[in-house]
Design a protein around this ligand. Structure first.
Ligand SMILES: *Cc1c(COP(=O)(O)O)cnc(C)c1O
Length: 432
């Protein structure tokens, strides 16, 4: 240990491989963001208090951290955690389980719990997330809803990103049982929907057909605003615990929250008819799910700050950023159009080099099932595939856009983005 402690931030950056020029430029960009950051902090504080209050109301106690095994009957921690979720989302009932393996699984459970043969599913917001294509049967797939005689209709958004109300009205028929609304743009170019917009859409749909079950795919949206889709009329909200609401600590799991009659159906589908929520051992991970939820508002704000910062940094260099540094944000995903394959690769190498885990690994583009072109991914996560942790990826195809999200702390997100820029600088892809 011959290193002396360094106090100056730019000296620390330099020691960690960041050129002065890159650091100076980024720190200047950060200075302009104080208003945006105060807004993120305001939202985080409201959500922190909402979560804390739910913990207090539900009397979360040390006994909630006891693991259960086997059938998992009378698992106080599991049942109380579900009550906490219901209070946070202002819903009647919740299913929050390690047995829900991922977001795609949570959505599958909800869809197949509600829909019956002969029913129709409608997406009024265009094509859903890639993995849903197989579930619905948009692309033929063994076990899809289509195989059970459930049909699907889709109304695309209008070119300006607004809802095509006329089309939606024309697609709602006697068989329309359920509507799926994806809050986040995911990896598409359409805008992410605000909770307010989702509320307007749900009101419209219910005015056409009151008994349609409205489900929102809430992935990447939790705690970005002070209200959730369940506050705006959604019957079910669905998401993954290795994204926002797990706060980086949940090792696995998913949630479904909403009206009791629908959540009960989801529980019967997840476990078995008649068993429902009564079974499902928590195997000792309750503490992580509670603590993760407790941290989720500030972790989400950190990720959001990272996304805003990166937009400011890359916009300043002439790159197109979606959303840009001034637009309101409704999810934590950032996309930057990098125009060149070398830039996309350098960016991902920077994110990887800045990770707490596997920083020594160099990501390379590789062919991935389901993609036309090679894909490069950077992730140095504590939890495999956790995208609330700083992570980036992009297909090696025009326009060479990188999609990135996450950051358990703002300082790590910031360093990761600065390192991404550093790698581009070293490869002479940018001049500062
Ligand atoms: C991540 C995501 C999913 C699927 O979640 P997985 O956990 O990756 O299966 C579904 N919808 C959206 C919008 C997502 O962001």
């Amino acid at each position: 240990m011959t290193d002396k402690p360094i106090e100056n931030i730019e000296d620390i950056y330099e020691k960690m491989g960041i050129s002065r020029k890159v650091a100076d430029y980024c720190l200047r960009a950060e200075k302009k963001l104080s208003d945006r950051f105060s807004e993120a902090d305001r939202v985080a504080e409201i959500n922190q208090l909402k979560v804390l209050d739910a913990f207090r109301q539900c009397k979360v106690s040390e006994a909630c951290f006891m693991p259960s095994t086997g059938y998992g009957y009378n698992d106080l921690g599991r049942d109380t955690l579900e009550e906490v979720y219901s209070r946070v989302f202002h819903t009647e009932s919740s299913l929050v389980r390690p047995q829900i393996t991922c977001g795609t699984h949570a959505l599958t459970v909800a869809l197949s719990a509600i829909l019956r043969p002969g029913n129709e599913l409608l997406s009024p917001v265009g094509k859903p997330y890639d993995t849903l294509e197989g579930i619905i049967g948009i692309t033929p797939s063994a076990g899809s809803l289509a195989e059970f005689g459930i049909t699907y209709k889709q109304a695309d958004l209008l070119p300006d990103g607004s809802f095509d109300y006329e089309k939606i009205r024309s697609l709602i028929n006697s068989r329309t049982k359920m509507v799926t609304i994806q809050r986040s743009k995911g990896y598409q170019t359409r805008p992410t929907l605000s909770v307010e917009k989702i509320g307007e859409l749900i009101s419209f749909i219910k005015s056409v057909k009151p008994d349609v079950v409205c489900m929102v795919d809430n992935c990447y949206g939790e705690f970005v605003e002070t209200i959730e889709p369940s506050d705006a009329g959604a019957d079910l909200c669905v998401g993954s615990l290795i994204k926002n609401p797990g706060g980086g600590l949940a090792p696995t799991g998913g949630y479904i929250t909403g009206k009791k009659e629908y959540v009960d159906l989801c529980a019967y589908r997840l476990t078995a008819p008649g068993l429902g929520k009564e079974v499902g051992a928590s195997l000792g991970i309750n503490t992580a799910l509670y603590q993760g939820l407790f941290l989720a508002p500030t972790v989400t704000a950190s990720a959001l700050k990272g996304a805003i910062f990166s937009a400011a940094v890359f916009e300043g260099l002439g790159y197109r950023c979606i959303p840009d540094a001034t637009e309101p944000r409704y999810d934590i995903i950032q996309s930057i159009v990098l125009n060149k394959p070398e830039a996309l690769i350098a960016f991902c190498k920077g994110i990887q080099a800045a990770a707490p885990i596997d920083s020594h690994v160099v990501p390379e583009p590789w062919p991935m099932p389901g993609y036309q072109s090679d894909v490069i991914m950077a992730a140095g996560a504590f939890v495999q595939g956790a995208s609330i942790e700083l992570s980036a990826d992009g297909p090696l195809t025009e326009p060479y856009a990188v999609y990135f999200q996450g950051g358990l702390t703002w300082y790590h997100a910031k360093f990761g983005i600065i390192m991404a820029l550093q790698k581009m600088f070293e490869e002479k892809l940018i001049s500062i």
